[in-house]
Every structure is written in structure tokens, then in C-alpha cells.
Write a protein that binds this ligand. Structure first.
Ligand code: ADP
Ligand code: ZN
Length: 606
């Protein structure tokens, strides 16, 4: 009898140096070990890779990992190999004979994880299915298969064939961004209707959220410089909408003595790789980029993200800010927002070929920017996650608008929804609440329901603002697939039945967000002085090792591991080996160098 739990933990410790699984990881592993399909939704940094890496190691044979991004593949393979896991990638950047050799190694059972692009898998599918012992097929960035997703890729569509061609091999779809519709669509498109869905909380509590609206370009630059100074030396990315603005901004920052580089699709490939590498290696701290940057980067110590312009939808925004703080340490996300952004994005959306979906997604993004309730609540409600308290780590929480008791008001709206079987949208709901005599209201008999006209004291614009807050607080959601009708969530039901009270932000006639005082940005690191000095020494050691081994510093150890080391100060191999995030292979390789730095530091301190 194999003891999956015991074996999985042993592998986690041996190859990754961790003692415990993150929420959901073990459940997913156990599920696929039993041969069943799974859809795994976890935010960036949630630890998706472990979900397929451990089963790949547990079972005989090799796992195939489908990934659309070459750079990410390389990074993952480097990290695995550094941890002693036999992994490889097949891609168009290698010669055919190199690829051939890798396939031979899979055949011989020497490879446990094989990363591959969707095109390539499909081209050779017969070979994979017939000759090789495949134990799992993991499809990363699985939202790319859905039109509802924000990053549809035609080359993903054909992956629907995988389920049939690999009978008996579990399929695991993974993504960091999936709203309710995308999530359901992934199952349909991949032909895995019975797959179990595993959702880890999308909350990234370590990332602070703030928005600054309606300021001039010059003022924006001033704020950015102040922000970067507060984050002295730490890595961060500034996302811009256009190539030109990445360049202008980088030039302006350089003129002010900040080591910043522009990055966009039109820069020659070699130069792009060099910039990316310099960022990864902590040599250039600030990158001004279009969204082309960061996709394939797994750098765990990005400490901040600035959005120079508002992104086109919440999925993109969430994915981009998610590139910060992947090591779990404190990180900051700041977004600038102006009506000019909305105008530009509206044009993009109109020309996108999916205008209706994309305009709706843009509206939701704009509502986030203007939110008068906790921003994290807005984000998590958008992803249909229950989150029933204020976060305390966003600008709205830190600088709250005036609140009023809103339970009764919410109950009026929720009750009207209930009595119309949740088959109406915003406009009709407001008409019912305000007792409108419009013909469709009367024709549907809505003037006969009990809540008809109970809200006539409020103007339609006020109801609009309050209903938006109810949406953002997660009391209701919009079912886009049903004519955008409003539906009541579990949290909403608790309010309706008097089990929970709700405070609403007071309605102002001007949008509150634009008049709000901008929050003072704050410095983020408050490690003890002493440990920080040791941390810097450990960082230098890591950098030297990374340079010698030609890998990014975080492949040697993440920031988090270095911080733990600076706190625990191990001086022996045994102590070193028990550290969080230090796998066996790395203990062997690095204990000597790090412990001697620590010993020296300790003896100098005496
Ligand atoms: P995702 O692909 O979901 O963005 P990754 O798989 O890259 O996330 O994991 C993010 C970080 O979290 C990595 O540095 C990884 O080593 C770490 N990690 C994953 N699982 C665990 C765990 N159980 N305990 C501690 N750290 C973990
Ligand atoms: Zn908050």
C-alpha cells in the first residue's frame, strides 16, 4: 500500500525544501493520483506548479506540461534541474537533434517532467500517446482556450483532442485568472466535463492596492519618482499602454538618476532578452513596459507594480499586480487612472472583434478604479470569491469615505431581485424600486410585487451607486450569460435574511474617487536593522553563486529563503538543511558558502 500523503510530503521536502503544502495543493495531487481530471484555479504565486510536479514524481512515467510561453518553460526547467528534478523542454529554439535526444530520454524513463508548446504536442500527439509512458497532462494558462478568458489563443483550441487521445491519463488544467464563466468554459473546451474544480483563494493579502486618479502627467512623474525612492533599490515594473510612453517614461526617470529601462515588443529580441536578464539578475531595478513584459518571468522578488495607465480589464490587472510579491513578502501595487485611459481603451475594445465582452470587462475595471469600497473586496467579488470583510491593506481601507448603515437599503434591492426570480438587470431593478410606470414594468406585473416603489426616496443615480457597491461587496453578481441579469450570492442572502449588516459609502454627486485625498505612499520594509545587514551579505553571496552558475539569483534561493536564513542564522549543515525552502540538492550545493558567511557575520558582531 502506498501512502500518498507520506510520499507526497517526503517529495515536497526533498525536492523543494518545504514542510507543508499550500491550501489545495495536496487535494489536487491526491485527486490526480487517482487518475481523475482537475481544473486548478490559483492566483499567481499560489503554487500551481507543485500540483503537477509532485504527481509527476510520484507516478511511474513522465508528465507533459503544456505551456504557451517559452521563457517560462526555460525558467521552470532551470529551477527544477537546480532542485535535482529531471526535467526538460522541447521547443523551437532548440535544434531537432536536441529535441530528439530529449524524447529518447523520456522514452528511457530519464525525464519526469517535459515542458512543451501546444503546437508541438499536437504535431507529435500519436508518438506521445503510443510510445511513451505519460502519467499526467498538465495544461498551464488554461484560460487561453476560452473566448471568455482575456487571452484567447487559437493554438489552444485543438487541445480539446488531448482527452480522447490519452485515455486513462489524467488531464489537469491550471490558470491564475478565471472568472466563473471562463472556469466553466475551460471544462467544456477541454472535453473534461467531469473534472473537479479546485479553487484556492485568489486573495494576495501581501500586495497593497492603491489608485490615484485624475492628476497631470507631470504630477504623475513626481509621484512615481517618490514611490521608487521609497522602494529604494527594489525591483518593480511600470506598465504603460503604449510603446512610446514606456520610452518617454524610462528616459525621464533616467534623467532623474533612476536606473530604468524601456521594454516593448518592437525592441530587437536580443536586446529584450538582455533587459529581461538584467531585471531578473537584480541589475536593473525598474522596467517601463508594455504588457509584453513579465509574462514569462517567474522572478519572485518583484516588490512593486505601477500601472501608468488603467489596464483593459480586471483579469489583466490582477495578473500584472500578481507578478509582485510571489515570495509572499510585502509588495505594493499602485495604479493611475484617468478618463483619457478609458477613452483609449474603449477604442481598443470596440476594435477587438469581441466588443461586447470587452467593453463590459472595461466597465468593471473602471468601476474598480472608482470604487468607494475596499478594493480587495471588489477584486475578489469579481472572481466570485466570498470575502466578507475589509482588507485593511488598500487605499480605501486606509482612507475610508463616510459610511452609512445600508442594510435596509440592500434588503430592499435584494428582496426585489428575489421576487422577480433574479431575472432582471440593473435598469429594471431601479425602475421597480423607484416605482416607475414604464410599460415593461407594468406589462411584467412588476408593479404588483411587494417591493415596488419602496425606494422612491432615492434618485436613480443614487440607486445606481448603491447597487454598484452591492456588486463590489459581493452581495450580487452579474450573470453575463443570462442577459446580464443580477443574481444574489450567498453573502447577499445572509444580508437579505438579516444575518449580517452592511455599511455603504455615502453617495456624493461627484464621483468620490476623484476627489479623494491621495494616500501617502509608505516605505514597505521594516526588518530589524541587524538582520538586514546579514540579509545584504546573504544576497551578495547569492548573487555571486548565481553569476557563477549562470542562473537568476532567485533560482539559487528566493528572497523569502534569504530572509528566513537571516533570522534563523544556521551555522551547520544540519541546521541549514531544515530551513524553509531549502531542498536536499541545494543543501549539498550551498550550505558551506552560506553558513560561513553567517558564522563570519556572527563573530564580527561579538
Ligand atoms: P504559480 O505558478 O501558481 O504562480 P508557483 O508554482 O510558481 O506559483 O509557486 C510560487 C512560489 O511559491 C514558488 O517560489 C514556489 O516554490 C513556492 N511554493 C509552492 N508551493 C509551496 C509550498 N507548499 N510551501 C512553500 N512555498 C511554496
Ligand atoms: Zn481594503
Amino acid at each position: 500500500m502506498v501512502d500518498i500523503k507520506h510520499d507526497a510530503h517526503a517529495l515536497l521536502k526533498r525536492f523543494f525544501g518545504y514542510d507543508t503544502f499550500h491550501p489545495m495543493q495536496f487535494q489536487v495531487i491526491e485527486h490526480v493520483i487517482h487518475g481523475k481530471d482537475a481544473v486548478v484555479l490559483m492566483p499567481t504565486g499560489g503554487g500551481k506548479s507543485i500540483c503537477y510536479q509532485i504527481p509527476a514524481l510520484l507516478k511511474p512515467g513522465c508528465a507533459i506540461v503544456v505551456s504557451p510561453l517559452l521563457a517560462l518553460m526555460k525558467d521552470q526547467v532551470d529551477s527544477l534541474v537546480a532542485n535535482g528534478v529531471p526535467a526538460a523542454a522541447i521547443n523551437s529554439q532548440q535544434t531537432e537533434s536536441q529535441n530528439r535526444e530529449i524524447i529518447d530520454n523520456v522514452y528511457l524513463g530519464h525525464i519526469k517532467l517535459l515542458y512543451i508548446s501546444p503546437e508541438r504536442l499536437l504535431a507529435d500527439m500519436d508518438l506521445w500517446a503510443r510510445d511513451l509512458k505519460i502519467n499526467l497532462i498538465a495544461i498551464d494558462e488554461a484560460h487561453c482556450i476560452s473566448h471568455w478568458g482575456h487571452d484567447f489563443r487559437p493554438e489552444y483550441s485543438q487541445l480539446s483532442l488531448v482527452r480522447k487521445r490519452f485515455p486513462g491519463v489524467p488531464v489537469m488544467a491550471l490558470t491564475a485568472t478565471a472568472d466563473r464563466l471562463t472556469r466553466d468554459d475551460i471544462k467544456i473546451q477541454l472535453n473534461i466535463p467531469d473534472a473537479k474544480t479546485f479553487i484556492q483563494s485568489f486573495d494576495r493579502p501581501n500586495i497593497s492596492l492603491s489608485v490615484i486618479s485624475g492628476i497631470s502627467g507631470r504630477e504623475k512623474l513626481r509621484r512615481i519618482v517618490g514611490f521608487i525612492e521609497n522602494h529604494n533599490g527594489q525591483s518593480g515594473i511600470i506598465y504603460c499602454l503604449s510603446r512610446k510612453s514606456t520610452e518617454t517614461l524610462a528616459t525621464n526617470l533616467q534623467a532623474l538618476g533612476i536606473n530604468a529601462q524601456a521594454f516593448h515588443a518592437a525592441i530587437p529580441t536580443a536586446q529584450k532578452l538582455a533587459i529581461q536578464q538584467a531585471f531578473i539578475n537584480d541589475d536593473i531595478p525598474v522596467i517601463c513596459a508594455t504588457i509584453a513584459f513579465g509574462m514569462g518571468i517567474d522572478k519572485s522578488n518583484v516588490r512593486w507594480i505601477i500601472h501608468y495607465n488603467m489596464p483593459k480589464n480586471i483579469e489583466s490587472y490582477y495578473q500584472e499586480i500578481g507578478r509582485a510579491g510571489r515570495d509572499g513578502m510585502k509588495a505594493d501595487a499602485l495604479m493611475f487612472y484617468s478618463f483619457a485611459d478609458v477613452k483609449t481603451l474603449m477604442n481598443f475594445a470596440n476594435d477587438s472583434g469581441q466588443a461586447i465582452i470587452n467593453i463590459e470587462k472595461l466597465n468593471r475595471m473602471q468601476q474598480y478604479a472608482e470604487a468607494s469600497v475596499c478594493r480587495r473586496r471588489v477584486l475578489l467579488s469579481y472572481f466570485n470569491e466570498r470575502y466578507d470583510h475589509d482588507c485593511g491593506n488598500c487605499d480605501v481601507c486606509n482612507n475610508p469615505p463616510d459610511r452609512v448603515e445600508g442594510t435596509k437599503l440592500c434588503q430592499m434591492a435584494l428582496s426585489a431581485l428575489m421576487r422577480t426570480n433574479q431575472n432582471i438587470g440593473f435598469k429594471t431593478l431601479i425602475d421597480i424600486l423607484r416605482g416607475s410606470r414604464k410599460s415593461d414594468i407594468v406589462a411584467n406585473g412588476y408593479d404588483k410585487i411587494k417591493t415596488y416603489g419602496v425606494g422612491r426616496d432615492l434618485k436613480a443615480s443614487q440607486w445606481n451607486a448603491y447597487l454598484l457597491q452591492m456588486l463590489q461587496l459581493g452581495l450580487i453578481f452579474i450573470a453575463y450569460e443570462e442577459d446580464s441579469h443580477l443574481k444574489i450570492t450567498e453573502l447577499g442572502k445572509e444580508v437579505l435574511y438579516g444575518k449580517r449588516n452592511i455599511m455603504l459609502s455615502k453617495f456624493y454627486y461627484e464621483t468620490t474617487a476623484l476627489s479623494k485625498k491621495p494616500k501617502q505612499e509608505q516605505a514597505i520594509f521594516n526588518e530589524e536593522e541587524e538582520d538586514l545587514a546579514l540579509f545584504e551579505k546573504l544576497k551578495a553571496t547569492r548573487k555571486a553563486i548565481a553569476t557563477a552558475r549562470k542562473v537568476p539569483p532567485y533560482v539559487v534561493f528566493t528572497d523569502k529563503v534569504l530572509h528566513m536564513m537571516a533570522v534563523a542564522k544556521p551555522t551547520t549543515k544540519a541546521q541549514f538543511g531544515t530551513l524553509y525552502g531549502v531542498a536536499e540538492a541545494k543543501t549539498e550545493l550551498y550550505w558551506m558558502q552560506f553558513t560561513s558567511v553567517i558564522k563570519e557575520y556572527l563573530s564580527n558582531k561579538k
